[in-house]
Design a protein around this ligand. Sequence first.
Ligand code: ADP
Length: 387
Amino acid sequence: MTAALELTGLSKAYGATPAVCALDLRIEQGEILALIGPSGCGKSTLLRLVAGLERPDAGTVRVGAEVVAGSAWVPPERRRVGLVFQEHALFPHLRVSDNIRFGLDGHARPDQDARVAEVLELVHLAHVADRYPHELSGGEQQRVALARALAPRPEVVLLDEPFSSLDESLRARVRTDTVDVLRDTGTTAVLVTHDQTEALTVGDRIGVMREGVVEQLGSPVEVFERPVSRFVASFMGDADFLPASLGADGLVCELGVVSPRTDIAVAEVVLRPHEVALLPVASAEGVAGTTTSADATTAGGDEARARGARAVVTRVEYHGAFVLHTVRLRSGCTVRSWQPHSVRLGVGTDVEVSLVRGIVPSLLDGERTLGDSPAPASGFPRTADPG
Ligand code: ADP
């Protein structure tokens, strides 16, 4: 099937500053891709190249089957690309219906009226058709901007941080509504965000960008659970890193065995706070010799192993439903652990720290994540070494 959007070798620099570097990306029809990365990594430039607001220095942009930049140049208004920006960008002097009609230039008036009514219905705003933008809430303005982008039935909609100007309480709701509309209409979309939760919840796939390239492209589960690099591990969620080295049973870090692999001498273990179990030392000693915690109200519950590494709580952050505990291990390294809201160990509490059972953490060799073991346990045939 033809991709909805395909970028090949796309590059753009501003003077000596590279913004997008030989980037390849293919987005399938009906897919929602979340693009995430730190400020200045080239997300907006990428959207602007797709929209036709910038010309690439090299490479090709294809919208559907049509080359719109590269060997040909199609101006923004003829690209079949819809845009939704952070600041809504509605025309203040035009009523909602006329804001939406704006993108339907060239269609017969009755067709315009029908389409305006249809997209307003889609975003549940038929009742505000005659209002001016300043008579709408921020969330309503954002939905009008979406309706306007969808009205000409674009091949792909680009959303540049569309929820970041909304306050926290509204953001999740407008985000859900927006995704529902995109899904209901089978719209292909690229959402730029710097918010990892937004990327993880909205994207069918996530592209993690760094310095003009996509460092990892994958499903939310892949980028969160199998990051390809230290950068992705750190950017997509909280991560702590502990050194590990080869022991009798495989790779061992301060918390214990982290991998049965024996083909690596040293590595670093990536630990997410939900993968780290805690038990106050008094409780831990009460259950010594068993394999599960007897104190289900504390850290890790029966997920926790009985004995772990000794540590002391150095910081406790109450987040409402969960409480983030930071602990310092004997080595001086710190790790963090999410606990249910009922667990609030005081700073200075002695604890035992272990890996939540069943966790297979990612391993880093320098900046890159180590791949699977070259000697898999299954019957997967090994390729003969040509040398
Ligand atoms: P992001 O959207 O990820 O924050 P941008 O695409 O805005 O990143 O920027 C990528 C790089 O290009 C940054 O180094 C930025 O300073 C530079 N840049 C972006 N737009 C311009 C411009 N119009 N002129 C000069 N440099 C720019």
